[in-house]
Design a protein around this ligand. Structure first.
Ligand SMILES: Cc1cc2nc3c(=O)[nH]c(=O)nc-3n(C[C@H](O)[C@H](O)[C@H](O)COP(=O)(O)OP(=O)(O)OC[C@H]3O[C@@H](n4cnc5c(N)ncnc54)[C@H](O)[C@@H]3O)c2cc1C
Length: 422
């Protein structure tokens, strides 16, 4: 059986960054990345921009085959890892081969949640995670007129914007929530989202979900749980992701919603690590175990875990067992609007949430505050259409600034957030 020093499952943000860091620190080590996709690393963040025609397909790709050759990193494409034998330090591959490792990184991201209702296998019911999915969205949207999007989150906005830009005349978003991004936004910010979308030909239907689809081979519409019949010749489904944990659980890896790790991104099994969207890690910064599903988190975790994997490698200790401690955010645009979700924007986590801006001005921020170890800290924020606020808020979170004395002024849009940092 072939064996390598460092084996990485998943060749995206977390996996590729880890490989790069390991290579920098261990020029002689053997490193293999296995991905079940057929491509070198590409940017999922750029996928919506590719769908909107803002970047070319080629620009989505971050690495060329030569990069792997130059770095001496083996990339095995189009093959899935299906079994882990952590005691034997080896994995089984979907092509029947096996590979041994000294250190193993699981960086498998998440698979999209798929609908399993009547008609959900009709053509033009689409999901969005990979570049291949993006190709399908562009091709189908160009030939469609009535769009339906299921789900009220990030990917739903990508579908809605992508459909409209590619010629779909009308789009309806169905969300079972009372307003868009509920749990992160309040009803007022939800109203702002509704208005911004409506201006761009996208209607939000709240408190609704699809019960079934109808059509012959291709989708022609959906019937909602409350019995409404909606016509649609293209449907985008954005109802979340979850990592494929079964093969890991069988091997004894501890999981919850994702792979459980400590602050070093070490799993409960010796020499097995997890990073990126598939890691439910102990976050020392916010003192809780959670998943951070964004690109910056995945790359930063890849960098941190790369150092840690080397540190404990029996072949030497050039790395440093590294606590992962980064404030990450998810920022994107929809039509001519922007948004950022910074840090923890979970209403249940915060003690208090302060709102800045208004629906009328088409700018709104929600600042999430929590008292931790006696300090009133900003732990997160949602910012719609006010990108200048992102940097001071991020700095305030990062520096654990006690914002007690500013708290009453935070809701005033005239208060310059940079004052918190002075
Ligand atoms: C459409 C879209 C838009 C996004 N926009 C933004 C944005 O604007 N800003 C932002 O911060 N984040 C954005 N994200 C989220 C961001 O892309 C993810 O957080 C990031 O890609 C996570 O990286 P990762 O390396 O953890 O996992 P992934 O990027 O999910 O990569 C995991 C890889 O592992 C492979 N894999 C899985 N299982 C196996 C196996 N058993 N064997 C072999 N290979 C396997 C998968 O096929 C995949 O290629 C977006 C995501 C999507 C889908």
């Amino acid at each position: 059986m072939k064996s390598v020093d460092f084996l990485i499952v998943g060749g995206s943000a977390a996996g590729t960054t880890a490989a790069e860091v390991i290579r920098q620190l261990k020029p002689q080590a053997s490193i293999t990345i296995i991905t079940d996709e057929n491509h070198e690393e590409y940017s999922r963040v750029l996928i919506p921009h590719y769908i909107r025609g803002k970047v070319s397909r080629e620009q989505v790709f971050l690495k060329k085959p030569e990069w792997y050759e130059e770095k001496g990193i083996e990339l095995i494409k189009g093959i899935k890892v299906i079994k882990l034998d952590s005691g034997g330090h080896g994995v089984d591959l979907s092509n029947g081969e096996q590979i041994g490792y000294k250190k193993l990184l699981i960086a498998i991201g998440g698979d999209v949640n798929r609908l399993n209702i009547a008609g959900s296998d009709l053509a033009n019911i689409l999901y969005l995670r990979t570049i291949k999915d993006a190709d399908s969205v562009i091709e189908a949207a160009k030939k469609s007129k009535k769009g339906l999007v299921l789900g009220g989150g990030f990917v739903s906005l990508d579908f809605a914007t992508g459909f409209r830009v590619n010629g779909v005349e009308k789009v309806v978003i169905l969300t079972r929530d009372p307003y868009f991004w509920s749990g992160h936004l309040d009803p007022e910010s939800g109203r702002l989202m509704k208005n911004l979308l409506l201006k761009n030909g996208v209607e939000i239907m709240t408190g609704e979900e699809a019960d079934s689809f109808f059509g012959q081979e291709k989708v022609e519409g959906a019937v909602t749980k409350s019995g409404k019949k909606l016509e649609a010749d293209i449907v985008g489904v954005g109802i979340g992701i979850k990592p494929d944990l079964e093969w890991l659980e069988k091997a004894g890896i501890k999981t919850n919603r994702a792979i459980l790790t400590n602050e070093y991104l070490e799993t409960n099994m010796a020499d097995v690590y997890a990073a990126g969207d598939c890691a439910e890690f102990h976050d020392v910064f916010f003192e809780r175990q959670h998943i951070m599903g964004n690109w910056a988190n995945a790359t930063s975790q890849g960098a941190a875990v790369g150092k840690t994997m080397i540190h404990s490698a029996s072949s030497g200790q050039v790395g440093q067992r590294t606590v992962y401690e980064t404030i990450s955010s998810y920022s994107d645009t929809f039509f001519d609007n922007s948004y950022s979700f910074i840090g923890v924007t979970d209403e249940k986590f915060a003690d208090e949430i302060i709102v800045r801006g208004s629906v009328e001005n088409q700018k709104m921020a929600r600042i999430f505050i929590k008292k931790m170890n006696g300090i009133s800290r900003i732990v997160g924020a949602t910012v719609i259409n006010d990108p200048a606020e992102v940097s001071p808020i991020t700095a305030a979170i990062k520096n654990k600034i006690d914002i007690l004395k500013f708290k009453n002024r935070l809701s005033d849009p005239a208060f310059d957030l940079k004052e918190m940092l002075a």
